[in-house]
Every structure is written in C-alpha cells, then in structure tokens.
Design a protein around this ligand. Structure first.
Ligand SMILES: *Cc1c(COP(=O)(O)O)cnc(C)c1O
Length: 281
C-alpha cells in the first residue's frame, strides 16, 4: 500500500475530431482502494502512522466510495477503522465490503450528520475522547489535497488540458497545484454548489470549473446519461458510472463536439474510480 499506484492510459475514440482525448485510469489496479481516493488517503494514513495512531475515524453516505477505500486501505496497513454513516442503518455492497474489510460502522441520523464539520463531532457520536486520526468526509483535508498533487507525473506533460470531476473539489485542487505552465485544468461539478468549489481556486487562471453537467445534483441522473455511460463502455471498453466520471465524459464529449478546444489540443481525462458499488469483489 502506498508504494505506487499504477494507472492505465487509454485513447478514447472520437469521430472526426481535431482534438485527442486520453483517459488515465486511476482505479485500474485497485477498484476499491484505488482511484482518486488512494491519493486522498495516502498522507492521511501515513500521518496516522507517524503519530503512532492505530485507529482512523471517517464518515460518509451509505454509497460512499471514500468509506470503501478507507476500510480497505486501513486493513492493508493494519489500522483499525470506524466509519460514521449518514442515515438509517442499511445494507449494500459498499457497506458490506467495508464491514468485511474490518470497518466498524456507526449510523447517525441525517440531522445529526449535518454537524460533521463541527469540532468534537466524532467524539460525541462515538462517545469517547479521540485516540484516532480523523479523516473528513471524502478525504478532503490538507493531507488529501497533498496526495492529489501526485496524480500527474512527467509523462502527462504532453497534455494541454487535464479534466476531472469535482465533488468537494479537493482532487482538482491538488491537481491545480501540480500543473505545468502550459496546462489548464477543467473541473466538472457533479453537484450543484459550483460557487463553493470555484472559491477554492482563488482565481487561479489555469483552472476552469464547469457547472453545466451536474444533471440536477449529486447522484442525480437521467436516462440520457445512463445510456451515455453504456455506450461509452461499449465504444471504448472502459466502464464509467453516472455519479462521477460519467458526467465528466458526457461534458467533455459535448464540449469537444461544440469545438470548445483549439485544434490539436490534447486532453487527459482522469478516471477517478467509482466502480466499487457496482461490483462485488
Ligand atoms: C470521491 C470521488 C470524486 C470526487 O473527488 P473530490 O476530491 O471530492 O472532488 C470523483 N470521482 C470519484 C470516482 C470519486 O469517488
């Protein structure tokens, strides 16, 4: 774990296009603990180890890719993990896998979950003093952003545009700090609050945040988007899902067909993962 995550590059076929689109699949080696969550967890778990803490507490929704990744990564490092889950107790692939990876789950009402950013939230839910490393929802803290600065490597210098989907925007923030001067970042919001995400970039002119392809909000989808994801899989051999990467690829395809990129542009679209809830392993 955290030695190095191998990515896979695949050229996406485009019809009559003056641009080239390549995807870098971050979850190729590990669909559960890979993807962007690997990078967000890396310095969090290394920090826990460094501080001699053998317990990690984190939180998320019942379908959270982050919970699944944290449980798996903690197991591989021999760290105990607890997940605070939003809402009534339920059972699904994500949570069952987290449990079998050794994560202890504690369900809290949606109302109570709203206080998740307040200091002392985890202590009050777990009813004891902290002896753990706390990873916020989605792994979106300083350590998380730092890890995402390692997603791009020297091979990626050939690309003009780096595309990624944004939940909290932490992955995009890490990427923005590692861009080369000739590169631009294009972030596709998968939720409605684009303004909050835009603010995180402090007017960085290398960053463009697109809010046109959220399809109504987080985890909202349409038949058109579902169909797009199926066709994409059929045409490219790559599986995508409609919550994250599907929205990015849909947006990219539309922008490409509208001629929004200069002729000859090379675009790298990051496949951040998200497939864990569709498959048992
Ligand atoms: C969590 C997640 C994201 C969102 O990452 P942020 O850093 O919160 O923007 C994107 N894609 C996938 C597949 C994810 O699981």
């Amino acid at each position: 774990m955290f030695s190095r995550l191998e990515s896979k590059y695949v050229e996406i076929p485009l019809r009559d296009s003056a641009v080239r689109l390549t995807t870098k699949i971050l979850c190729h080696q590990d669909p559960v603990a890979g993807g962007n969550k690997y990078y967000k967890l890396k310095y969090n778990l290394l920090r826990a180890k460094e501080l001699g803490l053998s317990h990690v507490v984190t939180m998320g929704g019942a379908f959270s890719n982050h919970l699944a990744a944290t449980a798996r990564a903690c197991r591989s490092l021999g760290i105990r993990s607890t997940g605070i889950v939003r809402g009534e107790p339920v059972s699904n692939i994500t949570l069952n896998r987290a449990i079998s990876d050794g994560m202890e789950l504690v369900f809290v009402s949606r109302e109570r979950y709203r206080a998740r950013y307040e200091p002392g939230f985890a202590e009050s839910v777990l009813d004891r003093a902290s002896d753990w490393w706390l990873v916020p929802e989605g792994g979106s803290n300083e350590e998380g952003v730092r890890g995402c600065q390692e997603i791009l490597d020297a091979y990626d210098d050939v690309f003009d545009w780096v595309a990624v989907c944004c939940g909290t925007g932490s992955t995009a923030l890490g990427l923005s700090k590692s861009l080369k001067p000739h590169q631009r970042l294009l972030g596709f919001c998968v939720l409605r609050h684009a303004d909050e995400i835009k603010e995180r970039f402090n007017g960085n002119e290398q960053v463009e945040i697109n809010a046109d392809f959220h399809f109504g909000g987080y985890a909202k989808s349409t038949q058109k988007l579902e169909k797009y994801c199926e066709d994409f899989h059929h045409d490219s051999g790559i599986e995508i899902e409609p919550i994250y990467t599907g929205k990015m690829f849909f947006g990219l395809h539309q922008m490409i067909s509208e001629g929004r990129f200069a002729a000859g542009s090379r675009i790298i679209a990051l496949h951040t993962g998200g497939m864990q809830y569709l498959k048992e392993d």
